[in-house]
Structures are given as structure tokens and as C-alpha cells.
Design a binder for this molecule. Sequence first.
Ligand code: ATP
Ligand code: MG
Length: 274
Amino acid sequence: MSTLSIQALSKRFGNTLAVDSVSLTVAGGEFVGIIGRSGAGKSTLLRLINRLNEPTDGSVQYDSTVVSALKGRALREWRRDCAMVFQQFNLVGRLDVLTNVLMGRLTSVPTWRALLSAWSDADKLAALETLDRFGMADFAAQRCDQLSGGQQQRVAICRALMQQPKIILADEPIASLDPRNTQLVMDALAAINRDLGITVLCNLHSLDIARSYCQRLVGMTAGRVVFDGVPDALTEDIVSELYGIEALGVQPAASLHDSQTGVVLPFAKAALAH
Ligand SMILES: Nc1ncnc2c1ncn2[C@@H]1O[C@H](COP(=O)(O)OP(=O)(O)OP(=O)(O)O)[C@@H](O)[C@H]1O
Ligand SMILES: [Mg+2]
């Protein structure tokens, strides 16, 4: 199993040190929850791994590949290997479910095929099988903007799977979902991790969900890792340190830049740029 190794990774935005000398080793097949209050650096950490953000310092390595040094085709392949799942789904609402899922193949097929929607039968079958696995095959022909949030997130997860990733980086995948859909989406991520052996790194606001789904929790405060261990080792003192007043039941504010990033299909942009 391949290992993701993050060493002294930092990211500065102006005066803000969003990620501050983070070192982490994640073994292949782990399900890691990243927790911490709003602004702690969780999204930036995932974006540094995927290279949507460039580090100010430090490195990301995957086995012997120095991710932080990849360029061109190798970088596109890395982005295919670590699929992102976003809070806002980032689907193309006016397109049907099947097409959105097929877009997960963009980095593996010639651009003209995607532009002409000339997907192979094998890709279509794989997309339908993936949708079926998560109870979404019946919606294949429906426009994505006609689906509920939970259904859209399951479509986004199917699209991520079509990339045949080694790692899934999920940034608050359940933040805008009700309890029932939260469970469906987290169950989908757990199944992917368990059955396909795909490593999952998942940013979560809900401590209860993080505790019940993740084998390992990484707690961040002000860009630094202040906790790294099994959920049972997360004491009330550490929770207070992580969340401060939020631990008393006040919900953290929604992050502005997260919704702003809305990063329109970063993988699509990367694929079409070449
Ligand atoms: N593109 C950017 N430009 C400037 N500052 C940024 C940018 N992205 C993040 N930051 C800042 O870096 C810090 C960490 O942000 P980040 O989005 O990683 O936090 P987070 O833990 O994901 O928060 P949330 O739980 O609200 O999503 C914050 O202070 C944020 O304002
Ligand atoms: Mg975030």
C-alpha cells in the first residue's frame, strides 16, 4: 500500500499562515478525518495535497513521487490519482447525471471525445455501474440541478470514482446535507474506503460524524496539527483546544472562501488546458 508523506508543509496567504509546518504520514487505505474550527487550515491542507494550492514551504510525497515537484502531464495524473469531493458538489447542473459522472474520465480520454460526448461504451457502463452501486442509476438521465443535495453529492462521489483515484480528498462533503443524506454520503465514503481500499482524507465540522466514521483524526488549530490519533484518544481538553467556544455548542461560521472557491471543475480545467 502506498504512503502519503507530508513534511513540514506550510502555506502563507499574505500575513496568514494557513498551514504551518504540518507533517503527517498517511498509509494506503486509511480513513482520516481532519477536524478543527473554521479557518484552521483544513481546506488549504487538502488543496496543497492536490496541488490546487502551491506550498510556501515543505513537501508532499506519495511513495517515491515528490508531488510538490510535479509538472505538466505528471501533475495531471496526480490530480487524477487524488480526487476531490467538495461541499458544493461542483457538478454541472444543466448536464445529466451520467455525463457529470463520465467527466471523471476527462483526464484519461482525449479532449475531443469529451467535447463531442463520444464516451466509449465501456466508460458509460462503468459510470452506470458506479451510479448503481450508490443507488443513483435511476437518475442517470436526469439533470443534476433537479437532484437533492445528498443525491448530488453521491453523483460527485461517483464522478470522483471514475477517476480511479488512489486517494479521495473530501472537503466538508456533508456540510450542506440533512442527517439522512449525511449518513448516505458518509456510508458511501466508508464503503469506498473499505471495499476498494482507497485512502480517504475528509474534512469534517461534525465531531460526532468524525468520531464514528474515521479510524484516525487529525486536529488542526491555526494551521498546526495539535492532535493525531484514534477517536478514543480525543479528550474533552483537546476538543476545547480545537474548537474553543465552539465546543460549547455554537456552530462554526460557514467559510466564505470555501464557497467562493467553488472551483469550477478544477480537473476539467486542467484536462482541457492541454
Ligand atoms: N485563497 C486565499 N487567500 C487568502 N487567504 C486564504 C485563502 N484560502 C484560505 N485563506 C486563509 O487561510 C486560513 C485557513 O483557511 P482554510 O480554508 O484552510 O480553513 P478551514 O479549516 O478549511 O476553514 P473552514 O472550516 O471554514 O472551511 C484562513 O484564515 C483563511 O482565511
Ligand atoms: Mg474549509
